[in-house]
Design a protein around this ligand. Sequence first.
Ligand code: 5GP
Length: 174
Amino acid sequence: MQDKLHVLLSREQIIKKVEHLAQEISQEYQGEELLMICILKGAVVFFSDLIRSISVPVKIDFMAVSSYGKATKTSGVVQIIKDLDASLKGRHVVIVEDIIDTGLTLKYLVENLEARKPASLKICVLLDKVDCRQVEISADYQGFVIPDEYVVGYGLDCAEKYRNLADVCVLQRS
Ligand code: 5GP
């Protein structure tokens, strides 16, 4: 099987967008301290760029949930593989995710994290496949709306490959 990659979003476009999102978040949380949660592994590159451009005090934590594994379609079953170290009680929390597709993962995460009684809980995503939604959920901070294509790069993988690409690319397998 041969993979073909087509650039959908260039590194320059991504850098600009990340700066913009960081400004939005910094403005909204002026005078507060933020806890930003990186959803592993796909969001890790986005997360590390984003937090470095935020001007309010930020603490970080990490969570891993089940994803597609080696398949390219969601199973709909969400499982926590690594939970947070920090307590969310009374804190301003932003979940940072790479992509929303069906919305099942984030819907589950929001319900799970809301139960831990944060002062506020918001969602920041880099990529949003708005046409693929199976449940009602939307990002508070949204990078790019993209079509229903399987994308890799800038942290996103296919069977653990391509996370290190600087661009977001559409993957075509033939
Ligand atoms: P959802 O639960 O919204 O359907 O899917 C969310 C998760 O599926 C994302 O965190 C990501 O891991 C994975 N995902 C969805 N679409 C894509 C895609 O186009 N490319 C990659 N690499 N992962 C995706």
